[in-house]
Design a protein around this ligand. Structure first.
Ligand code: ADP
Ligand code: MG
Length: 173
């Protein structure tokens, strides 16, 4: 196996945390579309969206996804990457797409406990934990459509990595 592994899921589901561990296990590189975006935009996501709007931001995010796509790479994606059809299609066709599925109340606990996440821009201007439920309802079908594998990510990171490796090894049988 050498194709990219994409981690998708809501903000706070553990894409960065799990992605780094998984990359180490596979001896893959680790990339984060949000980090690539920050470099590309040369300003914070919040400032960019305020100036240019969400549509232009999503276009930039699409380019970030294409830029980080590479063999032997684990790609942690932004929570909204699945909103565009072309992003879902690109990920499904070029690699393995893993959805880290986390219960709403677990996400709320993680987001509340992590001050760095609390400072990330919200999508609607409402507090993250309030808007999360609505955003999840809208996005769940898209995560489902995009994913080759759905992983229970309410568990500790090490166990999630084991489950992902098991799912990937079944693919290569
Ligand atoms: P994402 O990249 O999907 O937004 P992060 O990896 O940044 O999520 O994780 C969000 C927060 O939740 C961090 O504080 C992280 O330490 C914590 N976290 C991530 N995965 C788990 C897990 N499986 N169990 C407990 N806490 C986790
Ligand atoms: Mg992240």
């Amino acid at each position: 196996m050498s194709f990219p592994v994409y981690l998708i899921g809501a903000r706070g589901c553990g894409k960065t945390t799990v992605g780094k561990l998984l990359a180490r296990q596979l001896s893959y590189h680790f990339c984060d579309t949000d980090q690539q975006l920050q470099q590309q935009l040369e300003q914070s996501i919040a400032d960019y969206v305020a100036q240019h709007g969400w549509g232009t931001f999503r276009q930039q995010e699409h380019h970030a996804l294409l830029t980080v796509t590479s063999d032997n790479t684990v790609v942690a994606t932004g929570g909204g990457i699945i909103l565009r059809d072309d992003n879902r299609q690109h990920m499904r066709e070029s690699g393995a797409v893993i959805w880290l599925s986390v219960d709403h109340h677990v996400l709320v606990n993680r987001l509340t406990a992590d001050p760095e996440i609390g400072q990330r821009p919200t999508l609607t201007g409402r507090p993250i934990t309030e808007e999360l439920y609505d955003v999840l309802q809208q996005r769940l079908p898209l995560y489902q459509q995009a994913a080759h594998h759905i992983i229970d990510a309410n568990q500790p990171p090490e166990k999630i990595v084991i489950d992902i490796l098991t799912a990937l090894s079944r693919d290569s049988l």
